[in-house]
Design a protein around this ligand. Sequence first.
Ligand code: HEC
Length: 265
Amino acid sequence: MGMDEKMDDKGVSRRQMIVGTGALAASAAVAHFGGLIGSAQAVGCTSEKWPWPYVKLDPATTAQIAYEEWYRVFCGAAVINSVFGQLREKVGEPYQSFPADAFVFLEGGQVGWGTICGSPAGANLVANCIIGPRIAGDAAGHHIAEDIMQFYSEAAMPVFTPKNPKITTELIKTTSNSPLCHISVGKWMKAANKPIGSPERKDRCARVAASTAYHLVVLLNAWKDGKYEAKSTHAPVKDFGITAQMNCMECHGADIPTPPMAAKK
Ligand code: HEC
């Protein structure tokens, strides 16, 4: 406790009181949508009861929101906000407490490192918050994440064309065969011959976020209707004994290394 923090007559500091009020509001909200959980968990800003309440959303509206949000918070947070922003209005908690803008760091494949593109990262976060993790019993969120990764890798991106786009000339489409930002944006930049700072590249990435948000909502709506079927065929650990994309040769050429597990067979 800081020296400047004054205690009241019950020995409760002002900060403790503020925290206490927040916790009360959070548990009231949790109780409101039916999932009453232990008070220790209720202090957090989200519930650990799944699924979170979900109402079906319009894919095109969601994609348009993601497109516009990209220019404010970039790919990962744009996808998250496109879904959670609408659910904040339509459902309330736990979406109102969810710190969606915190995920700006997903930009550029996480703070510019070119690892996983923020669009699938954000989509997978959304699916697994709503449905819950596979360890909680329903593996649909896990399977939707697998489907999102495969969709992102195989689609000619960007798929979605927004209303009133900032770039009115047609954007070239490329297939990344990878969920990695570096590879996805690199292949597009090569095909389009546009640098990373160009308005075209930015609009391409905004549309990729929109395309991913669109597909996410299609899958979530199917799940909500009890009609979701997992489609992903990606099983590198089973097939190759290592986590990976399946197109080994694109990086390794003909000389694909064998991981120790497989070598033992
Ligand atoms: C996106 C590019 C990329 C893809 C796709 C990829 N790898 Fe790799 N992999 C690498 C890089 C880079 C390394 C580390 C440098 C190296 O050893 O070539 C590596 C390392 C490995 C290693 C560790 C042993 C070693 O020799 O370095 C194994 C085993 C391996 N890869 C197997 C695979 C298999 C199997 C696949 C396909 C299922 C695959 N990789 C797909 C880029 C990739």
